[in-house]
Design a protein around this ligand. Structure first.
Ligand SMILES: Cc1cc2nc3c(=O)[nH]c(=O)nc-3n(C[C@H](O)[C@H](O)[C@H](O)COP(=O)(O)OP(=O)(O)OC[C@H]3O[C@@H](n4cnc5c(N)ncnc54)[C@H](O)[C@@H]3O)c2cc1C
Length: 495
């Protein structure tokens, strides 16, 4: 059996993996990146392809040159997106929200290829056709077992960075309880109900679609959603997903039904890639970022660490900054010769405290919890009636909401809409009573208060490992109060 020794092993050739590997490599660390796919299929990943502000270095920190990638015409296939549209066609509702300037739809494959090239240019050794099938440990994580080009290979390392995506298989392989930690391990493997299942096709239409400057979302049964994200006016990423705490939706069949019923998709064909129709599905994290993303000799980032928006499922940006953070923390820990939980804690500290975006995602997860607690027809009625400002905050397109004013708006805005144009459609079609609607409004208002409570608590996320348990106990206390306020029995608690 071939043996290999590296300072850092990165498992996964996706976004988080490339950001992590490149960041550690430029620090002079010996890094290998393992990817199960062949080189030419690297970056070919199920995605809606919508990306936020790719040229903003605050969103994409580290040595990967995102501006150069954004300048590549094969990557940014649509520079034209300036709005998000929410459609509920049954109710005749169409809401238009402005989308952040500089946001785009990418060709995810070309984007992934450029990331892999840049990681290699920064000094990362890349092994493709390499499937990791076990993790080795001895008080700390020490490496992985893999099959490379059909041959068994052992890799040893100081730090393993898990960027194997949502529902990372590595997390089933590590015995976290068997690692040397001062108390309980801080790393907790997420439950399957914290994920969604999503599927997409790239279709080509005969005529340009009218919504070529928008990313469009529509509700589906059981808190599912469907999207149309135009890459070009005639090439559309169409997809759908559902959260695994609800009944499964047969994704490919349901999508076909939707496509076949849309006049603008008559005569459309599915695009090809690698000689096959371009159809892909995958899991998607719909939870708050993991409370701790570290264990002795181990760090998680990207989908594997839950850095995805818990309502929209967008995770490109989270994968990038958390990958950067993991690469940076791993390099520092290797330099310091301390790869314990405490030695790797910088990853958690930076994400929750200094950069802070993980704290925001964790706080917004309250909206996901609340939405799951509301019956789907009521949720649709509420979304149809919610003021656009409120919707904008929930889908995370605006961070500048005056919270007090907005709290008042939730109630008055919904009621104003209630007596206006949507009223008849919404209530007749969905069979929702005024009493139920008022209760749902109260739920949104309560949730907003809890979002603020979480935000406040995450501001004191522990600087060091030693104070984590106390902080976590208080956070869990907020969870319990929140569940109680929603009237959720313990069997329906998300965490
Ligand atoms: C259908 C769908 C639509 C989405 N739409 C959007 C969107 O429009 N915008 C957005 O921002 N986000 C979207 N997301 C989320 C986004 O795609 C993810 O958050 C992001 O890809 C996570 O990146 P990652 O690097 O963590 O993981 P991934 O991109 O999943 O990469 C993981 C890599 O690890 C490799 N790997 C896994 N296991 C092993 C193993 N055992 N051995 C070796 N290699 C392994 C995989 O082959 C893969 O290359 C969507 C997700 C899905 C599923």
């Amino acid at each position: 059996m071939v043996r290999n020794q590296y300072d850092v092993i990165v498992v996964g050739g996706g976004i988080a993996g490339c950001f992590a590997a490149a960041t550690a490599a430029v620090e002079g660390i010996d890094v290998v990146q393992l990817e199960r796919k062949p080189r030419e299929q690297g970056g070919f990943i199920a995605c809606g392809d919508a990306i936020k502000s790719p040229r903003d270095p605050g969103h994409y920190p580290g040595p990967i040159d995102m501006a150069a990638i954004a300048d590549d015409e094969s990557v940014l296939v649509d520079n034209n997106i300036d709005q998000i549209e929410y459609w509920d066609e049954e109710l005749d509702v169409r809401k238009v929200l402005p989308y952040e300037t500089g946001s785009n739809v990418v060709d995810r494959y070309e984007f992934g290829q450029r990331l892999l090239e840049q990681a290699a240019d920064r000094g990362v050794e890349q092994h493709y056709d390499t499937v990791v099938n076990d993790v080795t440990q001895n008080g700390r994580v020490t490496g992985v077992e893999a099959v490379r080009d059909g041959e068994a290979v052992t890799y040893e390392c100081d730090v393993l960075i898990d960027t194997a995506g949502a529902q990372s298989i590595l997390q089933d392989m590590v015995d976290f309880d068997g690692l040397d930690t001062p108390g309980q391990p801080t790393f907790e493997v997420p439950h399957y109900t914290h994920f969604g299942s999503a599927y997409r096709e790239i279709i080509e239409t005969e005529e340009p679609v009218e919504y070529h400057n928008a990313i469009v979302g529509k509700p589906l049964e059981e808190m599912g959603y469907i999207w149309y994200f135009p890459r070009t006016p005639t090439q559309i990423n169409v997809g759908l997903g559902f959260q695994m705490n609800k009944s499964p939706i047969p994704l490919a069949d349901r999508l076909r039904r939707d496509i076949e019923n849309r006049p603008e998709y008559q005569g459309a064909t599915v695009a090809e890639r690698f000689g096959k129709t371009n159809k892909l599905g995958a899991a998607i994290a719909l939870r708050r970022p993991l409370d701790s993303m570290v264990a002795p000799g181990y760090l998680a980032a990207g989908g594997a660490a839950g850095t995805t928006h818990p309502i929209t499922g967008k995770g490109i940006r989270g994968a990038a900054y958390s990958g950067y953070s993991a690469g940076r923390a791993a390099a520092e820990a290797v330099e310091d010769g301390d790869v314990s939980e405490a030695g790797l804690w910088e990853h958690n500290r930076w994400l929750f405290r200094e950069h802070g975006e993980a704290a925001k995602l964790a706080s917004w997860d309250a909206y996901n919890v609340a939405a799951s607690s509301i019956e789907v027809n009521l949720l649709r009625a509420l979304t149809a009636l919610l003021p656009e400002k409120e919707l904008r905050e929930i889908v995370g397109t605006s961070t500048e909401v005056d919270s007090l004013k907005s709290k008042l708006l939730v109630g008055t805005g919904v009621l104003r809409n209630f007596v206006s144009e949507y009223r008849k459609h919404t209530f007749d079609a969905l069979d929702v009573s005024t009493g139920e609607l008022l209760e749902a409004i109260r739920t949104v208002r309560k949730t907003r208060n809890y979002v603020s409570a979480y935000e406040h608590h995450y501001e004191s996320y522990p600087e060091e490992r030693s104070t984590f348990e106390g902080w976590l106990a208080e956070r869990n206390h907020i969870d319990l109060n929140f569940y109680e306020s929603l009237g959720l029995p313990s069997s329906e608690h998300k965490y």
